[in-house]
Design a protein around this ligand. Sequence first.
Ligand code: FCB
Length: 495
Amino acid sequence: MIRTIREVMSFLRSLACKIFGCGGAQSTAGSRGKVERDAQGEPVVSQEPKKNDDEFVFPKDFVWGTGTSSYQVEGAWNVDGKGPSIWDTFSHTPGKVKNGDTGDVACDHYNRFAEDILLAKRLNLNSYRFSIAWPRLQPNGRGEFNQHGLDFYDRIVDACLQNGITPFVTLYHWDLPQALEDQGGWGNREVCELFAVYAAKCVERYGDRVKHWTTFNEPWCTSYLGYENGYHAPGKKDPKLAAQVAHNLLLAHGMAAQAMRESAKKNAKKPIEVGIVLNLSITEPFHADDPEDVALAEAAWRGGCGAYLDPLYRGTYPADHAAKIGDLRDGDLKIISQKLDFLGINYYSRGIACKSELPYPIPGSTYTAMGWEVSPWALRGLLTRIYKEYGAKLYVTENGAAYDDTIDGDKVADTQRLDYIREHVRQVALTIKDGVPIHGYFAWSLMDNFEWAEGYSRRFGIVYVDFATQKRTIKDSGHWFANAAKQNRVSLTKM
Ligand code: FCB
C-alpha cells in the first residue's frame, strides 16, 4: 500500500532503478492496448499455442532453483571473525533503510542453512543459488583469509551436495568489505585486483565441488543505485564515479574470470563454468506505431543492455557510454571480454519507451508491492533477443514478486505470486519451444528476507519467514513451484 508522497516517490524510484539498466531516460510504466495483442491480451511476439495445445516438458537437465544472497539472509554480521560490509554500515545509518531494519539477524541462515537447504530439497529443487560474503572470508578485503568463514561455505556446499542440490555460487552480491570502501571502493582499480585474489581463493577452496560460478550479481545496481543515486550502499551520489565503477566492475569480472580458471586448473583440477548475472530488461515502445517511441526503445536497448553485453561479448562499448568512463585503459576491454560460460538474467519487469510522460499506474496493468509492472511476456522477448544477438548460454537467475502476504495457520495463500511465477515459467517454456535454449530458472527467493532499502517490508519468498520466531512455512507459490519442478513440465495454457 502506498500511503505517503514519499512512499510514492520511493516506489517510482525503485521501479525506475531496478528495471532500467543505465542510460534509461524514458518513463517506465506499463502499457496496455497500444501493442498488437492476442485474444488473451498478451502482445503477439510469435505464434502462441492454442488452449489445450498444452503441456511443455522441459529438457532433462533443466535447472530448477531458488536464490538467496549472503547479506539478505545470513545475519551473524559480526561473528566468527567476519568484517563489516558496506551494507552493515549503510543499514546501521539512520534513515537509509525502511523502518531502520538491518541484516544483523535476517533469516539467521548462518545458523539455519541446513534446515533451509532441506527446504529446497522438499521443494524438489535441483539447485541453490547463494552468494559468499567477501568480508566473511577476508574481513578487510585483503590479506589473510578467515578460517571460520571458509569453513561456513564448505558446510553450505556440502549440505547442498548431500541433498542432491547443485550449488550456483555468486562471489559478489553487494556486500563489499567496508575497509575497501574506505579506500575508494569500486572506484579504486586496486579493488578489482583484490577481487580476483578473493575469487581465485574461493575456487581453490570449493572448486572441487562447485562447478557454476558467477562473479557479480547485477553490476548495474552496484554502480547506479550504490554510487549514482545513493539508494543502496555505499550511498554515494556521484555520476562520474558511478560510470567509473560500472567499468571497474566489468574489469574485476574479467580479472576474476582469468584468476578463477587458473585456480581451477592448478587446485581443483576440475573444469569450472564462469558467468555473470545481469539485470536486463527489454524496453517496448509505448506506441508501437510511433517511430519516435520505437527509436527510443531501440536506444534503450543499445544504451542499457549494450553497455553490458557489448563489452562482455564483443569487447566494445557503445561510444557514448565509453565517453563517460574517466579511466579506460588499453587492454581493459580484452580482459572484460573473457570467454563467458553462461549468462544469468534477473528479470522482474519490462521497460517502456515513450516520448511523452506515461501515466502511473497504466490502466489495465497490474503491479507488485514494489510497484513493478507485471509483464511476463517481455521475458520471452528479452531472452530471445539476447540469444540471437549475443549467442549467450542463458539461465534466468532471478524472477519473482513481492506481495503483502498473510499467514493463516500453516497456509499462505499467495495467489498473485503463484500467478506471477507460473506465468514467467510459462514464458520460459515458450521461449525454449521457440528454439532458444534456456538452461534453468531460479525463483527469487527461497524465503522472505532483507529486501535492501525496503528492509523486511517486502516479501519475495516462496517460503514465508516469521521473523520473530524464524519459522518457515511454504507458501502456495512454493507448492506450485515444487510440483512444476517435480514434474519437469508446465501447462502452456494461460490461466
Ligand atoms: C534483485 C536483487 C535481489 C533482490 C531482488 C528483488 O535486484 O538481485 O537481491 O533484491 O532484486
